[in-house]
Design a protein around this ligand. Structure first.
Ligand code: ATP
Length: 211
């Protein structure tokens, strides 16, 4: 993100891509304005939060008019650095990793998985979803080619060792899909997504806190 946007609170910054995608769709369908109520319904964020978020962007909705879609899109493009593509590496081309390679975040213009790594000789040397799979031992060269973010979809016992290797190679951020709680130096950002835990939590809430 641009350095002049650092005043945006983290929670707001996390919602930016959500707003951005919805506004792109609106703009593509020829709409030039949107109310916070419409936005709220679409992105499932309450409208008070949307109004507060948008006030950080200098976008003050007008009563009876709403927000100017083009203004917001220009702002988001600038803030999310859409011109600059962040190169991502995926480690662990199993079932989940393979799904990510096929999906490859094509709806985000600014992130792309450009290479994948595994230890399995049957997978190394192939291409999946157009992404080349290399041996994990050659990761250092990959990082040297400008990869800054890694997605981790290896089995739990391999996770910490690989994380150490990633950090050593200069990776700045890890999206960790393994259940391992990774230990990394302070300057490395790890976001942890445990799909099994999320699913269990949903089932628990459905049972114990019916809507
Ligand atoms: P599959 O059925 O293809 O094995 P899976 O998701 O059940 O899929 P896992 O055992 O979770 O398989 O492993 C995920 C992937 O991580 C596999 O492709 C495996 O070869 C790879 N892997 C295991 N250890 C490492 C490692 N140290 N470095 C890189 N990749 C690894």
């Amino acid at each position: 993100m641009n350095s002049d946007q650092t005043k945006i609170p983290r929670a707001t910054a996390k919602r930016l891509p959500l707003y951005y995608r919805f506004l792109q769709n609106l703009s593509a369908s020829g709409k030039h304005r949107v109310s916070s109520a419409e936005l709220s319904e679409a992105v499932k964020v309450d409208s008070a939060t949307i109004r507060r978020d948008f006030s950080y962007f200098g976008a003050l909705g007008k009563k009876g008019y709403g927000y100017n879609v083009d203004y917001l899109l220009t702002f988001f493009r600038k803030t999310l650095d859409q011109d600059e593509v962040t190169k991502v590496a995926l480690i662990g081309v199993g079932n989940l990793g393979t799904a990510f390679l096929h999906y490859n975040f094509t709806k985000n213009n600014n992130t792309k998985i450009v290479m994948a790594f595994d230890t399995d000789p049957k997978k190394v040397g192939t291409k999946i979803g157009g992404v080349p799979v290399y041996h994990i031992e050659s990761f250092e060269e990959a990082a040297a080619s400008g990869v800054t973010v890694a997605i981790l979809t290896v089995p739990l016992p391999a996770a910490q060792g690989i994380a150490d290797q990633l950090v050593h190679s200069g990776i700045k951020g890890i999206l960790n899909f393994t259940p391992a709680r990774l230990t990394v130096p302070e300057h490395i950002r790890v976001h942890h997504i445990d799909l099994a835990v999320e699913l269990q939590a949903l089932v628990y809430f459905l049972k114990h806190y019916p809507l």
